[in-house]
Design a protein around this ligand. Sequence first.
Ligand SMILES: [Zn+2]
Length: 79
Amino acid sequence: MKIDCPRCQQDLVKKVHIGIVGKTVFHCYECEATWFNEDAIEYATFLDLSTYLGRKKIDLSSSTYATFVDDPTWHTIEN
Ligand SMILES: [Zn+2]
């Protein structure tokens, strides 16, 4: 999967499984933009990962983002 992030254009969008919510999303590690549908990866449709997890009562700050990235129980890259 090679889709340039349409938001920041600094990184590729990666397919990521978020274990804590049991969801597979499409995520840019550079700007934390997140999509839920590969066919809808465009600038207008991104959601910040922290906003998405906040709706699920999971607090994701810039300090916990490093934990999110490093901890395989939080997330795994699928491709
Ligand atoms: Zn980005």
